[in-house]
Design a protein around this ligand. Structure first.
Ligand code: DX5
Ligand code: ZN
Length: 216
């Protein structure tokens, strides 16, 4: 499978959000990556339903929503009604992860699980066949523009093996500090979806940067 690129809108210009959405619409990007932060699970607050519903109105690509919130079960239905095609919850935030993943499916969306940098992929052994995607954090979640954690390559290789050993269909997404230098190694390790915020939106030509990420 050719890999996908999901620009993280956290790094977009919120005073000109429509312009950045149009740029992504016209680019070679595959998904919009939307980071929802509650100020409790992570030390930052981003945006919620009103913004997502507005983005959905003009976005012409699927919304990949990354929930960095405690007790995500309370809001699954609203996020899916707001337009999530893929809804990803943190392993560390879900006491009954199996139930949460199946609730997302029952509500009609794809379901992903996210691992913080310290969380072992081995913990996914009993859920890997149930999820559509595993999102590996390559920074500690909460902020864009952080430094990529090098151990991520090993983690992704191990996750790929776990997926193959269990005959799971799960895709692998990586998020945090992804750039034009580390992207090729990540893809070789087994990544299917590259998330990139700062690399895209801080570049002089974001659409061209998306094209470069897509054509690695
Ligand atoms: C971090 C978010 C990321 C972030 C990525 O908590 O999950 O999606 O926006 O930004 P960059 O690519 O700048 O590290
Ligand atoms: Zn994210």
């Amino acid at each position: 499978m050719n890999h996908l690129v999901a620009p993280s809108m956290l790094s977009a210009d919120f005073l000109n959000l429509a312009k950045d959405i149009e740029m992504v619409n016209k680019s070679e990007a595959d998904w919009f990556h939307l980071d929802v932060m509650d100020g409790v699970f992570v030390p930052n607050i981003s945006f919620g339903f009103p913004i997502i519903e507005k983005i959905r109105k003009i976005a012409n690509k699927p919304l990949d929503i990354h929930l960095m919130i405690v007790d995500p079960d309370r809001y699954l239905e609203r996020f899916i009604k707001s337009g999530a095609f893929l809804l990803s919850v943190h392993y560390e935030a879900c006491i009954h992860l199996h139930r949460t993943i199946h609730a997302i499916h029952d509500l009609g969306a794809k379901a992903g699980v996210v691992l913080n940098p310290h969380t072992s992929v081995n913990l996914l052994e009993n859920i890997i066949k149930d999820v559509d995607l595993v999102l590996i954090m390559s920074v500690n979640p909460g902020f864009g523009g952080q430094k990529f954690i090098e151990r991520t390559y090993t983690k992704i290789s191990r996750l790929k093996k776990l997926i193959l050993d269990n005959e799971s269909q799960a895709m692998i997404e990586v998020d945090g500090g992804v750039d034009l230098v580390n992207a090729s190694g990540l893809l070789k390790s087994g990544v299917d979806v590259l998330v990139a915020g700062n690399t895209v939106f801080s570049s002089p030509n974001p659409s061209e940067t998306i094209r470069l990420l897509k054509n690695i």
